[in-house]
Design a binder for this molecule. Structure first.
Ligand code: CA
Length: 200
């Protein structure tokens, strides 16, 4: 009887906290002056500014750490590292990862580049144009290949010829345990100008 009572007490304390974290799909901090922050140098409250982050607080099936790695980086003073002990392979908000959206124009060409390192993870990076309700995402890479050294990827994307496509989205999902690093994400237009993030 005493045991039952103490269990009930724990449940009563945990329930409100669980409801709050279950309702939250991602965490983010927005700061217009920080721009794209694709090198993950600007941080606030443990998050890279101007990125939606699927954290251990918002991904219920995940057991992982988000780390600003000041020893393994390609640009600036640090990279963004995911150290994953357990996670779902569903991607998007169900898995550890990051996403961001940028002001963009229909029928325009955009060039995405980024540097990665990987030991053990299956991961996916998708990019594409989005509207308020829809998206036209393409897969840049989906693999469990090891990248012992920093490796650069570059991808060209043409926005759909449809006035509703006014945002460009970048999304990284980590789909299995291991260590994954990303740094120096650049998304530019035809004039080599870095895109401005939208408020998240
Ligand atoms: Ca960096």
């Amino acid at each position: 009887m005493i045991l039952l009572k103490s269990h009930m007490k724990i449940l009563a304390i945990l329930l409100p906290a669980l409801l709050i974290s279950c309702n939250k799909m991602s965490e983010s901090v927005y700061d217009k002056s920080a721009g794209m922050n694709g090198s993950y140098e600007i941080t606030n409250s443990g998050l890279p500014v101007n990125w939606l982050v699927y954290t251990s607080k918002t991904v219920p099936e995940g057991d992982f750490d988000l780390i600003f790695d000041r020893e393994e980086y390609k640009d600036g003073n640090q990279s963004l590292k995911f150290l994953i002990r357990k996670c779902s392979d569903l991607g998007g908000l169900k898995s550890p990862g990051i996403a961001s959206e940028y002001h963009a124009s229909p029928s325009s060409k955009y060039i995405v580049s980024f540097w990665i390192k990987n030991t053990g993870c299956m991961f996916a990076i998708n990019v594409g144009g989005v509207t308020a309700f829809d998206g036209s995402m393409e897969s840049v890479i989906k693999t469990d290949q090891e990248f012992e050294n920093w490796t650069k990827y570059e991808y060209e994307y043409l926005m759909p010829d449809d006035e509703n496509y006014n945002r460009f989205r970048f999304e990284l999902s980590i789909l299995s345990p291991g260590s994954f690093w990303i740094d120096d994400v650049r998304i530019t237009n035809d004039d080599d100008k870095i895109l401005e993030p939208t408020e998240l």
